[in-house]
Design a protein around this ligand. Structure first.
Ligand code: PLP
Length: 413
C-alpha cells in the first residue's frame, strides 16, 4: 500500500484513503463566503463547523488578539492566578446567561466543556452525600463531542464503536419522547446525575424539540432531582434567534455548555455556565471542596480576548436580532425543497438552523459535489441530511441562492 505523495495531516472524521489525495484547502474568508485554493468563491452554508456566527475575516478580532498578545499571550489560571481577559469574559457571560448568578468554567472547546459538566454533575452529587447518582442520560441522535465522556454518551452509535469499554453509567432515551424520560426517571432517578440535552439536536440531523418537550423534560428533572444540562455548543450565541436556545424555549438549565459561537471560531474557547445550586457548595466560605479539574488553556488570555471582541460584534451589529429576522426568510426559501421527491424532510424554523434530509443516502456524495461546483459549501449530517447554519451576516439573497443551488444539485444527482 502506497502512502507516497499524500498529506501528513490526519483529518477528523475522515476516510483517509479517500481524503488523502482529495483535500480541499480553504485559503480565505470574508463575511458569509470563503475561497478555496483554486480561487473558487463559496457560500459557507454551514459557518464552517457551525461556529462562524459573525462571519469570516473580521480584522477587529485579529486586532484584539494581537493587542493581548503584545501584553501577555497567556498565563496560567490554576489556583489563584488569572489574566484580565478570562475575568472580563466570565463577567460578560454571567451577565447574558439564561439563569441568574452563573459562574463560568472556561475550556478550549465543546468536548472539553462536556467533560466539565459531566464531571461536575457527578462530583456535585458525590459532595451532596448521594454518590450513587452517577448516570448520565442523553438522547438518541445526540452529539456531545468526542472526548472520552462525549464518546460514551453520544446517541450516534457509530461514534462509540470499536473503542472498547467506555465511561460506565450512561443511558439513552429516544429523542423527543417525554414518556420514555418519565419512565426512566420513575425507575432509576436515584442513580441519575444529569440529563444532558441539545435543545436542538445538531450533528444528529438538526432536530428541533417537539412542542412542549423541553418544558416537560425540565419539569421531570426538577421532580426527580436530576440536573438538567443544556448543550448549547451549536445553539449558543444567537443561532436560534435568541442569545441562547434556553431563552428561546423558556428553560433554566442547571448548567449550560458552550463553545463555537463564543468566539465565532476565531480562537478555541468553550466552557460551562454553572448555576448557583451547583457552584455554591464549592464556593461557600468554609467549604473544603475542590473541583479537581482544569486545563492548561482554561481562560487562555488571547483566546478570551477574541471571545470578548466577538461578543462586542454580536451586540453592536445586533446580529442575534438579525437571525430572528432571517428565520422566516429561510423557512420560506426552503419550503419548495420539501416538495422534491428526492427530499424526505426539511427541518427548520429555529433561527438560522435547518436540515434538508434526502430520501436516499446514496445521493449525498453527488449532491454535496454538485453544491460545491455551484458555489455552495455544505456537509452531510447523520443519516442523509444537508446542514444549513450560515453565518449571521448572510443576506436573504444568499439564502435564496443557496436553496436554488441545493435544488439544482439534488435534481442533477
Ligand atoms: N456538543 C455539541 C452539541 C456539538 O455540536 C459539538 C461539536 O460539534 C460538541 C459538543 C463538541 O465541541 P468541540 O468539537 O469543540 O469539542
Amino acid at each position: 500500500m502506497s502512502t507516497a505523495a499524500t498529506t501528513a495531516f490526519w483529518h477528523g472524521q475522515a476516510h483517509m484513503p479517500t481524503v488523502k489525495r482529495a483535500e480541499r484547502v480553504i485559503v480565505r474568508g470574508e463575511g458569509a463566503f470563503v475561497w478555496d485554493a483554486d480561487g473558487n468563491r463559496l457560500f459557507d452554508a454551514t459557518a464552517s463547523l457551525w461556529y462562524c456566527n459573525i462571519g469570516h475575516g473580521r480584522r477587529e478580532i485579529a486586532e484584539a488578539v494581537f493587542e493581548q498578545m503584545t501584553r501577555i499571550e497567556a498565563y496560567a489560571t490554576f489556583q489563584q492566578y488569572a489574566t484580565p481577559p478570562p475575568l472580563e469574559l466570565s463577567e460578560r457571560l454571567a451577565a447574558i446567561a439564561p439563569f441568574p448568578s452563573a459562574k463560568v468554567f472556561l475550556t478550549s472547546g465543546g468536548s472539553d466543556a462536556i467533560d466539565v459538566a459531566a464531571k461536575l454533575a457527578r462530583r456535585y452529587w458525590n459532595a451532596a452525600g448521594q454518590p450513587e447518582k452517577q448516570t448520565l442520560v442523553t438522547r438518541t441522535r445526540a452529539y456531545h463531542g468526542l472526548h472520552g465522556i462525549g464518546t460514551s454518551i453520544t446517541g450516534l452509535d457509530f461514534n462509540r464503536e470499536g473503542f472498547g469499554r467506555l465511561v460506565p453509567d450512561t443511558a439513552r432515551v429516544p429523542t423527543n419522547d417525554a414518556e420514555a424520560l418519565a419512565e426512566l426517571f420513575a425507575s432509576r432517578a436515584d442513580e441519575i446525575a444529569a440529563f444532558i440535552c441539545e435543545p436542538v439536536i445538531g450533528t444528529g440531523g438538526v432536530i428541533p424539540p417537539a412542542p412542549g418537550y423541553l418544558d416537560t423534560a425540565i419539569r421531570l428533572c426538577r421532580e426527580h432531582d436530576v440536573l438538567f444540562v443544556a448543550d448549547e455548543v451549536i445553539t449558543g450565541f444567537g443561532r436560534t434567534g435568541r442569545m441562547f436556545a434556553s431563552e428561546r424555549f423558556g428553560i433554566e438549565p442547571d448548567m449550560l455548555v458552550f463553545a463555537k459561537g463564543v468566539t465565532s471560531g476565531y480562537m478555541p474557547v468553550g466552557g460551562v455556565l454553572v448555576g448557583e445550586r451547583i457552584w455554591d457548595p464549592f464556593w461557600a466560605d468554609g467549604s473544603d471542596l475542590i473541583f479537581r479539574h482544569g486545563l492548561t488553556y482554561s481562560g487562555h488570555a488571547s483566546a478570551c480576548a477574541a471571545a470578548i471582541a466577538n461578543l462586542d460584534v454580536l451586540e453592536r451589529e445586533r446580529l442575534v436580532d438579525r437571525v430572528a429576522e432571517l428565520e422566516p426568510v429561510l423557512v420560506s426559501e426552503l419550503a419548495p425543497l420539501a416538495e422534491l421527491p428526492r427530499v424526505a424532510e426539511v427541518r427548520c424554523g429555529v433561527g438560522l438552523l435547518a436540515g434538508v434530509e434526502l430520501a436516499d443516502a446514496a445521493l449525498v456524495p453527488a449532491v454535496l459535489e454538485g453544491c460545491h461546483e455551484r458555489g455552495v459549501l455544505t456537509r452531510l449530517l447523520a443519516p442523509s441530511t444537508l446542514q444549513v447554519s450560515p453565518p449571521f451576516v448572510a443576506t436573504g439573497d444568499d439564502l435564496a441562492t443557496m436553496v436554488s443551488v441545493f435544488g439544482e444539485a439534488i435534481e442533477a444527482a
